[in-house]
Design a protein around this ligand. Structure first.
Ligand code: ZN
Length: 158
């Protein structure tokens, strides 16, 4: 039965396009749901997979039943949602500390500030190396605590 269903969908998808097949199916399901007084129960299709990242399904995003309120069970979210969730390795600007491997070098993303210890674009950037999940070192043996969401610029050394 399952093989038969897959073969039917494959044949139609190859014939009219899989995206078109899903759009038409959503449209027809919506019409059926509306006429049955069950509007909103139909599934919808979303963006292309390459626009999405895996959802960590964080506890903070679960509803009272324990279902993920971020991805609605699809296990995928947009990058912007991932940033809002605070997913390790996903940054609003590019790389985040959490995405680096141990031993990789980086500088912190420059931020505005007073240029004397509290950010600022005029200060020198220190080259750091990731030493642990939440630690980095600037080569002097002193460990610094890091945040997985901290914006960084990865530096490739040769
Ligand atoms: Zn989720």
């Amino acid at each position: 039965m399952r093989d038969t269903e897959e073969q039917l969908v494959r044949e139609l998808g190859e014939r009219i396009g899989y995206g078109r097949l899903m759009h038409v199916a959503e449209h027809l399901w919506r019409e059926k749901a509306l006429s049955s007084g069950l509007q909103g129960t139909e599934l919808t299709i979303g963006p292309c997979a390459r626009e999405l990242v895996p959802c960590p399904c964080p506890e903070s995003g679960r509803d009272v039943a324990g279902h993920c309120d971020w991805c609605c069970g699809t296990a995928r979210v947009t990058k912007r949602v991932a940033v809002a969730i605070g997913m390790p390795g996903i940054s609003g600007r590019g790389a985040a500390f959490g995405a680096l491997e141990r031993g990789e070098h980086f500088i912190c993303w420059p931020v505005s500030g007073d240029n004397s210890g509290h950010g600022g674009y005029l200060g020198a950037q220190r080259l750091l190396v990731k030493t642990g999940e939440l630690t980095a070192n600037n080569g002097n043996g002193i460990e610094s605590s890091m945040n997985t969401r901290m914006d960084v610029i990865k530096v490739l050394l040769r």
